[in-house]
Design a protein around this ligand. Structure first.
Ligand SMILES: [Zn+2]
Length: 283
């Protein structure tokens, strides 16, 4: 009986599923996956030449399943967003927070994996900060990179920096947040791209854009990867670590809800397999 109770306490089960919202409990912390934007990506974002297309077994006119996901971690005293999606006009984060009875003013913190439009878009509406009380956490290398770029004042990243100003705090790789939540350097996609790990949960940001192509072959890059060699090394390392230690990887562009485990490939030419998380088995 005691074993049964323990299994219930640590069971990672889906508590509620609404359209575009999935809720889970992981050892006392609530994780919510939000489908911000429904999208797929053309194969041409990943593969251009005919030999590469043939090797991957795809045609140039195919599309790869993808998504824009935002995640909420609810602790006893904090509501934390991991990234913020595309924002007003394209993303649906704010509507879904309303459905969850989470007011923008309730959000205490936003962890940014990086500063691309589909990750910071939800933070501003025009020039106004959407989350009036939130502290924004981003890697110093990432903030420094985008601050040094010469963008016009009305560019999204400039509006983001201006709207949050002194509420943006930067961190170094290895920084520890609440509980065991920790930042890990995952640079390559962008200069300060960061993953966040909390126990089994591993938020991998944009390490993967097209799961169907990049798990079998992590050497395939989306054209958004700024340093391809670094991005490939990070992708391989995260997949290998997750396969070895049973982490659940949680990705901004993994097909919604964007949570799954990794298994080392069992056939030639397949490096890894992605197994979407069913959310119903005891862990
Ligand atoms: Zn992205």
């Amino acid at each position: 009986m005691r074993i049964t109770l323990a299994a219930v306490v640590f069971c990672s089960c889906v508590a509620m599923a609404q359209d575009g919202i999935m809720r889970y409990q992981f050892a006392g912390t609530e994780l919510i996956a939000i489908h911000d934007t429904d999208t797929s990506m053309p194969v041409s974002i990943f593969l251009q030449d005919s030999a590469a297309l043939k090797a991957a077994g795809v045609h140039a006119d195919q599309r790869v399943a993808s998504s824009v996901n935002v995640f909420v971690l609810r602790f006893a005293d904090r509501v934390v967003l991991v990234d913020s999606g595309n924002g007003v006009g394209k993303g649906t984060l704010l509507d879904k927070l309303v459905q969850l009875n989470i007011k923008p003013a309730d959000v205490t913190d936003v962890l940014l994996t990086h500063i691309h439009p589909d990750h910071i878009g939800g933070l501003v509406n025009g020039i106004t900060a959407v989350f009036a009380h939130a502290a924004i956490h981003v890697a110093k290398a990432e903030a420094d990179h985008w601050r040094q770029q010469d963008y016009p004042a009305d560019a999204l990243n400039q509006r983001f920096f201006a709207a949050y100003a002194d509420r943006i705090t930067t961190f170094a790789p290895g920084a520890q947040f609440w509980g065991e939540l920790r930042a890990h350097d995952a640079a390559g996609h962008t200069p300060g791209h960061t993953s966040f790990r909390l126990g089994r949960l591993w938020f991998i940001g944009d390490t993967v854009h097209g799961a169907a192509l990049q798990f079998p072959n992590p050497a395939i890059c989306a054209r958004y990867d700024m340093d391809r060699d670094q991005a490939i090394a990070v992708r391989r390392a995260i997949m290998a670590d997750a396969a070895r230690d049973g982490a659940l990887i949680i990705g901004a562009h993994l097909p919604f809800p964007g949570i799954g485990s990794v298994r080392a490939g069992r056939h030639d030419g397949v490096a890894f397999q992605y197994l979407p998380y069913a959310g119903s088995r005891a862990d």
